[in-house]
Design a protein around this ligand. Structure first.
Ligand code: SF4
Length: 300
């Protein structure tokens, strides 16, 4: 694929038309050069992604969604990371494979799709065989997801909000659900039903994550209902309670607290009531800043 799209960037729904090859930046805050903040084995994903050996996680800098409560703010705002070539990115994939990773897990990759495809082509030519996981906010264009056909094995999108009012308030994206739901449909059509290797690691499929926000149980229930009505058990649903109110949400007093155990329990019960069988839940106290990795350029 060519890189022309970066000269008039419309990779994601923001459609900034920035000429990123000339150093211009759009809402994702990144020009054409890939910036990576950390590349290391990561144990905190779903069990079929992390397994015992860990997921080979590559944290890209910048983000096109920019949620006010972002848990990875330092990288989302493009404030961390090192600029690298696509050649170096392909070597990083191979180094993670050498370290025993179960997969290559691309975190917030949407604004680097052309560069990632280029790096994957090189890495596969040099022996990369691991499943490729595309770990995204869900705010994606179908056209961009189509470019990834044949390169990505496992999609790990969020589906954050159903209500446009809520997605506008916290992510400045009133059209979030329309884009994310269409993108997820394309992901499911592309990779099909889940499959696992003998160690229980997902080798293809879609896991949709939903991070429960404090006080928005109704919207969370709407999301679960939509996902189960639309896909049944063709996908996995991961219901997350790890929302952590960091200092930047002080102005949003209604979400300046953790999700209560009662709220989370009610949502999990609702999933069971719907009949969801392919699901992941989080147990115990997961809302802690210590779960946010250090973005210290390790492995970059
Ligand atoms: S990837 Fe970045 S520059 Fe391109 S449309 Fe999205 S936010 Fe804008």
């Amino acid at each position: 694929m060519n890189k022309n799209i970066l000269e008039d960037c419309t990779l994601c729904p923001r459609e900034c038309h920035a000429n990123r090859t000339l150093g211009q930046i759009g809402m994702c805050r990144e020009a054409a050069k890939v910036v990576v903040a950390r590349a290391a084995l990561h144990m905190w994903e779903e069990p079929c992604i992390s397994g015992e050996k860990g997921s080979g996680t590559v944290f890209f800098s910048g983000c096109s969604l920019g949620c006010v409560y972002c848990q990875n703010q330092k990288i989302a705002k493009g404030l961390a990371g090192r600029k690298i070539t696509t050649e170096r990115l392909s070597d990083i994939f191979l180094e993670l494979q050498e370290k025993g990773a179960n997969n290559i897990n691309l975190v917030t990759p949407s604004h680097y799709v052309p560069q990632i495809i280029e790096a994957l082509i090189t890495a596969k030519r040099k022996g990369l065989y691991l499943p490729i996981v595309y770990n995204t906010s869900g705010y994606e264009k179908v056209e961009t997801i189509k470019l990834l056909s044949g390169y990505v094995d496992v999609y790990l999108p969020d589906l954050k909000y159903k209500s446009g009012e809520i997605s506008k308030r916290y992510s400045n994206a009133p059209d979030y659900f329309n884009y994310a739901s269409e993108a997820i449909l394309e992901m499911v059509n592309q990779v099909g039903e889940p499959d696992f290797n003998e160690e229980g690691i997902m080798t293809k499929g879609v896991i949709v994550r939903h991070l429960t926000l404090p006080g928005y149980l109704m919207d969370s229930k709407d999301i679960l209902e939509y996902l189960y009505d639309t896909f049944g058990d063709k996908i996995y649903i991961s219901i997350m309670n790890q929302y952590t109110p960091l200092s930047q949400v002080k102005a949003y007093t209604e979400i300046n607290r953790k999700v209560t155990p009662q709220e989370y329990e009610e949502l999990v019960d609702y999933a069971l009531y719907l009949g969801v069988e392919n699901g992941f839940i989080q147990e115990g106290e997961t809302a802690a800043e210590s779960f946010i990795p250090e973005f210290n350029e390790e492995g970059v």
